[in-house]
Design a protein around this ligand. Structure first.
Ligand SMILES: [Zn+2]
Length: 145
C-alpha cells in the first residue's frame, strides 16, 4: 500500500476520515457532507434510517462520541471502545419499518460487512429507534446469526 495522493487521510487513532466531497461511507451514493457528515457534526437526524446510517458511519470513522450521543440514555453503555483494526466495508439497508419524521418508533434492519485483518464477516441486525424530544435515538438491536 502506498501513501501517495489519493490515499484517504486517517485520524490519529487510525480510523478513515472522509473528506467533504468523498462518497459517504454509508453507501447512500451522496457526498459525506451531503449525508452523514451533517449528522455527525451535530444536526439531528430526521428519520431513523438517517440516524442508523450516521451511526454506521461513526463506526467507520471511530466516532464514539456520536454513538454515545445518539444512544437512548436508558440503554446507553458507559463507554464504547472502537478498534481501528476492524474496518467496516459496506452497509446495506435490508428493510425499514416506520421511523419517519412524524413517527415515535422506527426499526431498521441492515447488514454491515466488516474486515479485521484476514477475517471478514457480516453483522445482520434489526435496530430499534425511538423519537423523543424532537430527536431520534438508538434504543437497541437484535442480531441475527
Ligand atoms: Zn451517509
Amino acid at each position: 500500500m502506498s501513501f501517495g495522493p489519493g490515499v484517504p487521510p486517517t485520524s490519529a487513532a487510525g480510523f478513515p476520515r472522509p473528506r467533504p466531497l468523498d462518497r459517504c461511507p454509508c453507501g447512500s451514493g451522496r457526498t459525506y457532507d451531503g449525508c452523514c457528515g451533517t449528522v455527525l457534526a451535530g444536526e439531528s437526524a430526521t428519520t431513523s434510517e438517517q440516524l442508523m446510517r450516521s451511526r454506521y458511519t461513526a463506526f467507520v470513522t471511530g466516532d464514539a462520541r456520536h454513538l454515545l450521543a445518539t444512544w437512548h440514555p436508558g440503554t446507553r453503555p458507559e463507554s464504547i471502545d472502537l478498534d481501528p483494526r476492524v474496518r467496516w466495508q459496506a452497509l446495506e439497508i435490508v428493510a425499514t419499518d416506520a421511523g419517519g419524521e412524524d413517527d415515535l418508533r422506527g426499526v431498521v434492519e441492515f447488514r454491515a460487512a466488516w474486515r479485521d485483518g484476514a477475517e471478514t464477516g457480516v453483522l445482520h441486525e434489526r435496530s430499534r429507534f425511538v423519537n423523543r424530544s424532537g430527536a431520534w435515538w438508538y434504543l437497541d438491536g437484535v442480531v441475527s446469526p
